[in-house]
Design a protein around this ligand. Structure first.
Ligand code: GSH
Length: 215
């Protein structure tokens, strides 16, 4: 099987996680951010993640990929429940966190931005949603302060390192990718339980963090 991704894409991390958690072999292919032909050729639109099965057929939608792999390979691993409080937390943080993340993504040396045209494509498209990249970078301290308040709220929702709700569930598939991406932001201090959760989930899912290159 082949999994087409961008390294920074949280939806792609969801899909990468199920392969890591279940120890299933997959070839990860990082597309250039401005490569429209490959995804359109596979699923008819410019989107990742895309799973290409061994029979050549392709599927998009991160949670469909996660469920397909969980249900067809080995014993089912993930519980379905996602707590309403956690959904609310993700919606709150999701409303602003790209202002911290997107200006940093293009500076991390990620494969999807290996060419200038890939960087330009991303910046032009995402400036429409978050505004000017440089201005957002400058405003980092205010977003980090907001994030610290939100992380303090999250601390009380983390029940165990190896599953936010006490055991692996879809919660981890949607929450960990957000936290993993936030490890690229220098100056963010994760509360102890959240930090332990991030470290454990990275190891279990075999999705590396950005901590060592945070900026
Ligand atoms: N609902 C989709 C969303 C996937 C998605 O939005 N992927 C983004 C990358 S993070 C994408 O491919 N956007 C198109 C683009 O970058 O041009 C899923 O869960 O897989």
């Amino acid at each position: 099987m082949k999994l087409y991704v961008y390294d920074h894409c949280p939806f792609c991390v969801r899909a990468r996680m199920i392969f890591g958690l279940k120890n299933i072999a997959v070839e990860e292919i990082v597309l250039l951010n401005d490569d429209e032909a490959t995804p359109v050729g596979l699923v008819g639109k410019k989107v990742v993640p895309i799973l290409q099965k061994d029979d050549g057929s392709a599927m998009a939608e991160s949670l469909d990929i996660v469920r397909y792999i969980d249900e067809h390979y080995g014993e089912k691993l993930l519980r379905e429940e996602i707590r309403a409080e956690l959904t609310e937390w993700m919606n709150d943080v999701g409303a602003y966190y790209n202002r911290l993340l997107m200006p940093r993504f293009i500076r991390l040396g990620l494969a999807e931005y290996a060419t200038q045209s890939a960087v330009d494509y991303f910046v032009s498209k995402k400036t429409e949603s978050i505004g000017d990249f440089a201005e957002n970078l400058q405003k980092s301290p205010q977003y980090i302060e907001k994030l610290h308040n939100d992380l303090a709220r999250l601390e009380s929702l983390i029940k165990a390192d190896n599953g936010a709700n006490g055991a692996l569930s879809l919660e981890d598939i949607v929450l960990f990718p957000m936290l993993r991406n936030l490890t690229c932001v220098k100056g963010v201090i994760f509360p102890p339980k959240v930090q332990a959760y991030i470290t454990a989930m990275s190891q279990l899912s075999r999705v590396p963090l950005y901590s060592s290159r945070a900026l």
